[in-house]
Design a binder for this molecule. Structure first.
Ligand SMILES: [Zn+2]
Length: 479
């Protein structure tokens, strides 16, 4: 028997994790202090359970920084409902609940996003970035039940469960290494990626049973204080449990254990609060209108069909990186990718297993991965247009060997290891079928024009762009 609310609140995390670089799993079975001080205040009139954030090596500001980066990742990876009215409604409801959230004086920049996913999921990243699947709205019988889900998620934010878990999981060192980079003003792409991976690995969203129970209790208080019938919290759990009976995905439960006596604990808290207020709010006409709008949204397929059904897809890029040292630069790449030096010694490619395919004419072509090369370009390198001119020559050369290649976006100035560079996006026929995206970064150096070509089929590109950013951020030119 399982309580599926918890399952549902974790599945959002699962989606992201699937899409992003996997962070190493935490060691299991480590024993820690309870993440939270659970105190009763016997003198208080309401005798509500007093909850405070537990041990945390991060500052609330770092919660916000970390959550913001992870939320950007999440927003990119997850399909949006694209329904401004729904987002506005969620924001209005969410802010109303957040105004009753005991944050200990911390101002969180709350955001509420509707995700076009019919699975009953919701999750909150540190700092207040809340993602609510359409499935939650569709499954909720009334506004109170939706409010219960949001109040539960907001409680994870206020109790800082994400970074509390990270603290306990001894990820602090890794995290501080990452954030010191962020706050030190590094180029950012790789750091953002690592943070995405960090969240995706589940550290920030892997709550303990205790944390789950605390989010229920605080969520019940928030519902009560906002004027909702606090029984909605338990009702939603019970409903989900009844509806999903017999469909028990144990892998969710291994990551996210149910708190024991969940419904009983909610009921107990309602008693402490003095029972259900007589005029408690349960529903609104607005909720019913929003629910109808959500039910009418187009359904987004979770996994866009791959360009080629036959070929096995490469494994996701590892979050651990290996280093490759060339004469004029070093670069880091996922350690489950192989490197393929050019036969003429001028460049190198990095690709996952299955990332190099026959292009149909017996030639090996890179479908997933990165090509690095150095071109000797015409013209005076100190000329102010030298980078532009050199880039144009390189792109023309690439187009000669790839006649279907077309420029989509060009001329954006970027910096690579502090050096000025140009970013160009191209499309081309993919050896995996369909179209591919090629992201080319060019940097002019005394040794020649360095160019980095990041390649993935269009349908899979979003699974790789963070890895590509990480790789490019790792480039260090030798003096
Ligand atoms: Zn939870």
């Amino acid at each position: 028997m399982s309580v599926h609310w918890w399952i549902s609140s974790c599945a959002g995390k699962r989606n992201i994790r699937k899409l992003l670089v996997r962070a190493p799993r935490l060691a299991k079975g480590a024993a820690f202090l309870l993440g939270m001080f659970l105190l009763l205040s016997p003198g208080a009139s309401a005798q509500r359970t007093q909850l405070k954030p537990g041990w945390n090596m991060f500052s609330p500001q770092q919660d916000v920084e970390l959550g913001k980066k992870a939320a950007l990742d999440a927003a990119r990876q997850l399909p949006s409902c694209n329904a401004p009215k729904v987002d506005a409604y969620l924001t209005q409801l969410g802010m109303r609940l957040a105004s009753k959230l005991p944050t200990g004086g911390v101002q969180y920049p709350f955001e509420f996003h509707c995700v076009n996913d019919k699975a009953i999921n919701a999750f909150a990243l540190p700092g207040g970035y809340v993602f609510i699947n359409r499935g939650v709205i569709e499954a909720a019988d009334n506004e109170g039940q939706l409010a219960a889900v949001i109040a539960h998620e907001l409680s994870h934010v206020a109790l800082r469960h994400g970074t509390n878990q990270a603290t306990k999981a001894q990820w602090t060192q890794a995290f501080l290494g990452i954030t010191s980079g962020i706050f030190g003003g590094s180029t950012g792409g790789a750091l953002l990626t690592e943070l995405g991976a960090f969240a995706a690995g589940g550290v920030l969203l892997r709550y303990s049973r205790t944390a789950e129970s605390q989010a229920d209790v605080m969520g019940t208080q928030v519902l009560y204080d906002t004027g909702y019938d606090p029984r909605a919290m338990a009702q939603f759990f019970e409903k989900l449990e009844a509806e999903t009976k017999g469909k028990n995905p144990p892998e969710f439960l291994s990551d996210h254990p149910n708190p024991e006596h969940r419904v009983g604990r909610v009921d107990e808290e309602i008693e402490r609060l003095g029972g259900v207020p007589p005029n408690a709010k349960r529903d609104s006409a607005e909720f019913e209108a929003i629910k109808r709008e959500v039910l009418a949204l187009p359904v987004v397929k979770k996994h866009p069909p791959g360009a080629s059904g036959a070929a096995a897809l490469p494994p996701p890029p590892s979050g651990n990186f290996a280093t490759y040292e060339a004469n004029s630069y070093t670069i880091r790449y996922p350690d489950n990718w192989k490197k393929y030096p050019d036969s003429n010694g001028g460049g190198v490619s990095f690709a996952p297993e299955g990332g190099i395919l026959d292009d149909g004419s017996g030639h090996a072509a890179l479908a997933y991965g990165l090509i690095v090369s150095i071109a000797q370009v015409q013209g005076n390198p100190s000329d102010s247009n030298a980078l532009e001119n050199g880039t144009r020559q390189v792109l023309e050369d690439l187009q000669k060997s790839n006649p279907k290649m077309k420029i989509q976006r060009q001329g954006e100035r970027v910096r690579l290891n502090g050096q000025p560079g140009l970013s160009t996006y191209l499309t081309n026929d993919s050896p995996a079928g369909g179209l591919e995206t090629d992201w080319v970064i060019t940097v002019l150096r005394p040794e020649g024009l360095h160019y980095f070509v990041c390649v993935a089929p269009q349908t899979a590109y979003s699974n790789y762009d963070k890895t590509f950013s990480s790789i490019l951020d790792s480039v260090r030119f030798k003096k």
